[in-house]
Design a protein around this ligand. Structure first.
Ligand code: HEM
Length: 480
């Protein structure tokens, strides 16, 4: 008997492909926005430095776009290769949004990115800036359609079941794209994208600023200004992520209570009305014992779950995983099946994501504070520049943690309540075949990832071209 099943290996491959692809999606949407802001500043202030910024960081944008597209195509192959039964089941639903994505968003994105790349100085500055705004908008809209499909998997709407064919039929396209899950997911992913790109630019600028003596005044100012713009986007993005994450949590509590109970480590129902303090405590750390179905070794903060979940100091009730498991067994008529999600992974992924959100918020505030006036503090605190540099990688960890919650937390379903992961897998996929493709994908992604980092470092070390800014004289006084 093989150590892994076809299902395990297919799931691993999908997770690997999605996580890798999703490194580049938020990076390109977010850098698109920041480059658009930089170019708009150039149009408004007519300061050549902003034009150089847009061109320079635009290289990172183009790079992430270039790597994001092929990894997305590999992801789409997954459906046919390993998940053919699932593709048959949802084909009628996913066909429409994915076709619109390919036709509208992808065409607009690719056309305008080309226009933007090759027409510097050939159009009026505001027309050229418009090209990058359209590209950014189109890439966000492209994400909307994909998330529409994902939202359907989390919260199926607008469908009928074709019993004879064992597949779903789309009955209302408008309802599909107004799925409430999509509103939450789309805004949360967009804000996360802003944070991602912001911290890549903050971090890369910080690495350069560590060498400020060698850079000279002009380049130092260039990276300080880049860092400032990106930190503002990072600050607003982290606030947006927290607000949209909270709204998503409220929806989740009703729609997928097992995922919420796992996120919060609630084994048996927690009812504030039955407690002396009339409040729910929040479990900071603990461990789910899958054999005893108990959450053990808990460290709790009194009142905190009432505040986070119920938005009040007291009150609130969280149905525990054990009660939910029994409810789900009754609802789906299968007493022998367990509906527990991978609890420890979901629980700790949530702490990584929410803790990471607090950290990026704090780092953005400190970066702006130390960078104010002449930025001397920022340049002096080399330890802080190192932290910002290392934080380049932080949003990628946060995003991956987010996706682990979303996707693992809907176990055992691919389409929540309708179709299980086990039913979704291709009938003719084999263990040796999957071991082979997993190995190939792992190698390909590893190489692409290394190429991306090497190229980004090269771009950074080469610096923005010809740094003769006409308008630098006034900036040399020091205000950034
Ligand atoms: C920088 C901050 C954050 C980033 C980059 C981030 C990123 C993500 C991503 C990429 C996902 C998967 C896509 C989705 O389902 O929306 C996700 C899921 C989620 N996030 Fe966050 N997140 C952040 C902060 C937060 C915070 C502070 C909260 C709670 C207040 C939160 C709550 C959630 C929830 C509940 C889910 C799962 C939703 C579901 O399964 O339907 N996030 N996050």
């Amino acid at each position: 008997m093989s150590l892994f099943s076809v299902l395990d290996l297919s799931r691993f491959q999908f997770a690997m492909t999605t996580i890798f692809h999703f490194f580049f999606v938020p990076l390109s949407i977010g850098t698109g926005l920041i480059v658009s802001i930089m170019e708009t500043l150039y149009v408004v202030k007519k300061d050549e430095m902003y034009k150089k910024m847009a061109r320079f960081w635009g290289k990172i944008f183009l790079l992430s776009f270039a790597v994001g597209v092929p990894t997305g195509i590999i992801q789409e192959f997954q459906f046919g290769m390993n998940w053919s039964d699932y593709s048959r089941f949802v084909g009628d639903i996913f066909g429409a949004p994915l076709a619109v994505e390919a036709l509208v968003a992808f065409f607009a994105e690719s056309t305008f990115i080309g226009l933007w790349m090759f027409t510097w100085d050939r159009f009026k500055p505001w027309v050229h800036a418009l090209f990058i705004w359209v590209t950014t908008f189109a890439s966000a809209i492209s994400a909307l359609w994909i998330l529409g499909a994902n939202s359907f998997m989390q919260n199926p709407v607008a469908f009928a079941i074709d019993g004879k064919m064992n597949r779903l039929k789309l009955v209302d396209f408008f309802q599909l794209i107004t799925n409430p899950q999509l509103g939450f997911e789309f805004s949360h992913v967009l804000f996360g994208a802003f944070v991602t790109a912001a911290f890549v630019i903050v971090g890369m600028s910080a690495f350069r600023l560590l060498k400020s003596e060698k850079l000279g005044a002009e380049l130092t100012l260039f990276y300080r200004k880049s860092l400032k713009i990106a930190a503002i986007v990072g600050l607003l993005g982290s606030l947006g992520s927290i607000a949209s994450g909270d709204a998503q949590t409220q929806f989740l509590m009703k729609q997928q209570p097992m995922k919420f109970a796992a996120m919060e480590g609630v084994d048996n129902t927690l009812d504030s009305s039955k407690r002396d303090d009339k409040a729910e405590p929040w479990t900071v750390i603990g461990f789910w014992n899958a054999k005893t179905h108990k959450f053990v070794g808990k460290i709790e903060v009194p009142y905190a779950l009432s505040i986070l979940g119920n938005h009040s100091l007291t009150g609130g009730k969280t149905v525990g995983m054990n009660e939910l498991n029994k409810q789900l067994q009754r609802e789906y008529g299968n007493q022998s099946k367990d509906y527990y999600v991978p609890v420890n992974t979901v629980f700790y992924s949530f702490r990584v994501m929410a803790g990471g959100a607090g950290l990026v918020f704090l780092l953005a505030i400190l970066a702006l504070y130390f960078n104010r006036k002449d930025g001397k503090q920022l340049l002096k605190y080399r330890w802080f520049l190192w932290i910002l540099g290392i934080a380049t990688y932080l949003p990628f960890v946060i995003n991956s943690a987010g996706w682990l919650i979303t996707e693992l937390g809907r176990y055992p379903w691919t389409v929540y309540g309708l179709f299980t992961t086990a039913d979704s897998v291709s009938p003719n996929a084999t263990v040796p075949g999957l071991l082979f493709t997993n190995g190939i994908f792992f190698l390909a992604f590893g190489l692409l990832g290394i190429a991306m980092i090497v190229y980004a470092r090269r771009v950074l070390h080469a610096g923005p071209d010809d740094v003769e800014y006409e308008t630098l004289a006034k900036d040399k006084k020091g205000e950034a």
